[in-house]
Design a binder for this molecule. Structure first.
Ligand code: SF4
Length: 338
């Protein structure tokens, strides 16, 4: 990384404990270019009463260097809402910043790169959902949190990759014969396999461009090359990929699995930085890293975070009425997940 800031004694002292954790990920020379940014960001966020949220797919320099809260998008937004920070810097993609704004309307939310989008969130808009509702009347609309505020506002219940099965099962128990589970087609098909008691209607255009790239052959090759490997896949992967794996779960569930069960060797079939972040915290874990990067997540960098914090650029605004309706669908999910 090219830096215009010096790696001073003060910077070295303030960041040495972070480098201790990340020295298997970054060379010392590279670290010296990043550390001044980490130092400046951490000082400035205190001065401005700001907090930094980092999704599991952010790089370790951001995840361990400057973030106050880390995790999946819903956890980030929920935890941020509990703080008295005035400013949120969202290290993730656009829909995540909107979710934070919906749950913390009184806080100012910024994204360091406004172009950090998401192939999945962009596959559907509010108009598409209205048309689906006309086509399938009296059918509950369950929407993955990886969607814009406009789409959330048109839906009945949000879901995450960890609670989608439970929510669909509860709707079946309530007597519903079919459910719209949008927009991720593969998540919906994976949920449908576990919920044969209800018809799951999918949105065929919605895919995560990271997870859709994995193939059953990739999984077979990992097994061939790594004896005793335990393979964990995100449910945004195609069902035939999930079928080849030992476990399927959200980013948090995958992390919990490897930390609790501590397999001798594990492979995480998801975005690359997730494995890097788990490896940094668990140096004794043997992780095979089949690398697929999310180009949107990787738009967020330390220099952009510093700029956004300094100049207050990339502020997220959500229309009040849309935010109220979108929050209702998030609240409905939380209520159903109790
Ligand atoms: S990993 Fe997939 S779902 Fe997540 S932001 Fe990137 S494209 Fe969107």
């Amino acid at each position: 990384m090219n830096t215009k800031f010096a790696y001073t004694k003060e910077v070295a002292q303030a960041t040495s404990s972070i480098f201790d954790k990340l020295n298997s990920q970054y060379s010392e020379a590279y670290w010296k270019s990043m550390a001044p940014y980490i130092y400046k960001i951490n000082r400035l966020k205190k001065e401005k009463n700001a907090i930094i949220l980092a999704h599991n797919y952010q790089t370790p320099d951001i995840f361990y260097g400057v973030a106050d809260i880390v995790g999946d998008s819903l956890k980030l937004a929920q935890e941020a809402a509990k703080t008295d920070a005035e400013i949120i810097i969202q290290c993730g993609v656009h829909f995540m910043a909107e979710t934070s704004k919906i749950l913390s309307p009184e806080k100012r939310v910024f994204i360091p790169d406004f172009d950090a989008g998401c192939s999945l969130a962009e596959s559907i808009n509010a108009n598409d959902v209205k048309k689906l509702k006309e086509k399938y009347p009296n059918t509950p609309v369950v929407t993955y949190v990886n969607t814009s505020a406009d789409v959330k506002a048109e839906t009945d219940i949000c879901c995450t990759s960890s609670n989608a099965v439970n929510i669909v099962k509860k709707l079946a128990e309530q007597g519903h014969k079919q459910v719209l589970l949008i927009p991720d087609e593969y998540l919906a098909l994976n949920v449908a396999k576990e919920c044969p008691e209800i018809k799951v209607i999918t949105w065929e255009r919605g895919h995560c461009e990271v997870h859709e790239r994995f193939t059953p052959e990739d999984i077979k090759n990992i097994r061939k090359r790594n004896e005793d490997v335990v393979i964990l896949a995100h449910p945004e992967c195609p069902p035939e990929v999930v079928d080849e794996c030992d476990f399927s779960g959200s980013t948090s569930q995958m992390q919990q699995y490897v930390e609790e069960k501590r397999p001798k060797k594990a492979a995480l079939i998801t975005e690359c930085s997730m494995s890097d972040n788990i490896a940094a915290a668990n140096p004794d874990l043997n992780l095979v890293t089949p690398c697929q990067l999310c180009p949107h997540m990787k738009k967020i960098t330390l220099p952009k975070i510093l700029k956004s914090l300094q100049e207050e650029t990339g502020e997220i605004f959500v229309d009040k009425q849309i935010a109220i309706k979108a929050k209702k669908s998030v609240d409905a999910m939380l209520e159903m997940s109790k």
